[in-house]
Design a protein around this ligand. Sequence first.
Ligand code: CDT
Length: 316
Amino acid sequence: MSRYINVAIGQLGPVNREDSRPLVINRMMKMMREAKALAADIIIYPELALTTFFPRWYMEKEEEIDQWFEKDMPGKETNPLFSLAKELKIGFYLGYAEKEIKNGVAHYYNSAVLVDKNADIIGKYRKVHLPGHSEHEPWRRFQHLEKRYFEPGDRFPVWSAFNGVMGMALCNDRRWPETYRVMGLQGAEMIFIGYNTPVHNAPAPQHDDLSLFHNTLSLQAGAYHNGCWVVGVAKAGCEEGIEQIGGSCIVAPSGEVVAACITKGDEVVVAHCDLDFCQIYKRTTFNFDLHRQPHAYKEITQYKGETLNADGSLRS
Ligand code: CDT
């Protein structure tokens, strides 16, 4: 008997600066109902799903920054989403901005939670790879201030849930092979990744025409190299005048895209995914026990950057 999970992409179109949480959550609840009607076990929403992508603006005042963050999850405004999930018996992944007070000190993270069919939070992930910059850079058409507003997370856990081993990541994480490998080494069979990706990347405008290609390239490579399913979900379209890529898709362990969105708006797409299909890759080409050579990989964890001397010559 194969283990199947019906997974729904819950792609969101643009969320404007003035859009209230209840307005966005109503859109998400409509999609949750549609996903359930299509027999989904879980619906995956994007990164920072509840608000506009606020790191595109420079802010200094704490109260101005705090308005984008959730102090509780679920909280007053997100409760209806959890109640509906419980009523429909459907799980979800939700990306949001998290504010945590620990020992009297405020901490801010770009987070995602994994919620089971009883609407219980069974996992939380805090984004590890924070792109962009931390100070105002007026030369850019728009800012990308994730390094200013968030602290990085420090691990990639996996969870036993939905009949398999599930992992989570967020946006820029998907470009880093380490993200998938660390979860692959823990047996991940399906990885959920919400994202907000502007088409234009100010430091490297040469990439703009390739932004959609780099999205699928990363998701497909991560899935294939680790013999797992990968579900990438965008907040897409023209948000506050900034074009963000769509390209939400579900990738099989073979690296093939088995389902994809065709719009840049709110869209639900469901795929019937066999978690046992992972074994075809995990037992053969990517049988880690048999083929990996960790003794040859020390640069991966010993160094952050290239192992070159300051003058560019090879270190050894
Ligand atoms: N949200 C997020 O991580 N976006 C980045 C933009 C990169 S350009 C600074 C991404 O990797 O898609």
